[in-house]
Design a protein around this ligand. Structure first.
Ligand SMILES: Nc1ncnc2c1ncn2[C@@H]1O[C@H](COP(=O)(O)OP(=O)(O)OP(=O)(O)O)[C@@H](O)[C@H]1O
Ligand SMILES: CC(C)(CO)[C@@H](O)C(=O)[O-]
Ligand code: BAL
Length: 337
């Protein structure tokens, strides 16, 4: 017997949502629709956090305030019927899909949230005003839905960091939960914009995730070499001792290992990612790199080359044809394997 999934309630006004108060904890997943398996993983995580007595609300709203290019807004996919099916199958109780007038009854809001310096880096530099518009609608949707917990994807890592910062800086009474990036079997991060890629563009676009994985693997390999060199006790002292014992070849080997000092720093990570992205830049169709950056997860500033320990995010953005894609991976510098 297959479990039956009841369709979620479709609500489009704040008043309807108010009348739909949950019996238990409310968990909210905010989206711009065109739901895919990445969104479904957020909704399933929301279901788990809300529990059987709680309520899962999925918001579907293509927020004009966070789009720079009108063309990007115009061509953003809108697939509400299919979205209801995906949301229901993943465990949503309610889909809240308000109109632009419902969210912005007074027209474009004059008072907005400012994303601050973190909002001007990377995605913020590429899409001026994007993060102010995004935070403004997230703040509004938090007020309209009043959740106990709101879930966001790690795929939009800078967005997630800014939402956490807004909630902390402005004392929003909500827990923010991040959810790991869902990927296609070949590594491509799921995104609503992937549907614009033709098969050739999709092949080129794979370089984004391949670059991230190459950097992660290079960092792990360098860390393993580093650990081996240390475990071998390969120090200059040992080389000197071998020399004194009349073992010049062994001494030279020990000295070579001692001096190799496998680099586990930011430069190695960036170089490994760049190599893959440069190759894709010469592919047909080419990948047009916007940025590849190794940043501090706390504020999205570039990690200096001499910082060899701590958490980092390797983030990449590129255009393939008319489609702009982003991806990222969390890394730990200086971790022992
Ligand atoms: N592959 C994914 N894995 C996990 N979460 C995701 C993924 N893609 C999107 N999300 C999350 O889903 C939420 C809604 O995102 P959104 O509706 O913008 O989808 P999207 O696929 O990122 O669309 P696009 O990239 O075209 O803007 C965000 O919290 C986002 O981080
Ligand atoms: C958080 C969000 C729903 C705000 O419009 C949007 O930026 C998105 O889908 O990631
Ligand atoms: N996925 C983040 C929202 C945006 O691209 O506008």
């Amino acid at each position: 017997m297959t479990a039956s999934v009841s369709a979620p309630a479709l609500l489009d006004t704040a008043a309807e949502l108010d009348a739909y108060a949950p019996g238990g904890k409310r968990a909210v997943v905010m989206t711009m629709g065109a739901l895919h398996e990445g969104h479904a993983s957020l909704i399933r995580a929301a279901r788990a956090l809300a529990g059987p007595a709680g309520q899962v609300v999925v918001t579907v709203f293509v927020n004009p305030l966070q789009f720079g290019e009108a063309a990007d807004l115009d061509r953003y996919p809108r697939t509400l019927d299919a979205d209801l099916a995906v949301a229901g199958a993943a465990g949503a109780d309610v889909v809240f899909a308000p109109s632009v007038d419902e969210v912005y009854p007074g027209g474009e809001p004059q008072v907005r949230i400012s994303a601050g310096p973190m909002g001007e880096r990377l995605e913020g530099a590429a899409r001026p005003g994007h993060f102010d518009g995004m935070l403004t609608v997230v703040a509004k949707l938090l007020h309209l839905t009043r959740p106990g917990v709101a879930l966001f994807g790690q795929k939009d890592a800078q967005q997630l960091a800014l939402i956490r910062r807004m909630v902390r800086d402005l004392n929003f009474p909500v827990e923010i939960a991040g959810v790991e990036t869902a990927r296609e079997p070949d590594g491509l991060a799921l995104s609503s914009r992937n549907r614009f890629l033709d098969p050739h563009e999709r092949r080129t676009a794979l370089a984004l995730s391949r670059a991230l994985f190459a950097a992660r693997d290079r960092l792990a390999a360098q860390a393993a070499l580093h650990a081996r060199a240390q475990a071998a006790g390969a120090t200059e002292d040992r080389a000197a001792g071998l020399n004194r014992l009349g073992e010049p070849r062994l001494a030279a080997d020990a000295q070579a290992v001692a001096r190799a000092r496998p680099d586990t720093g930011p430069a190695v990570v960036r170089a490994a990612a760049r190599a893959v992205l440069q190759e894709a830049g010469a592919a047909s169709p080419p990948l047009d790199l916007d940025y590849v950056a190794l940043v501090d997860p706390a504020d999205f500033t570039e990690i200096p080359d001499d910082r060899t320990a701590g958490d980092a995010i390797l983030a990449v953005a590129a255009r393939v044809g008319a489609t702009r894609l982003i991806d990222n991976i969390p890394l730990t510098l200086g971790a022992t394997p």
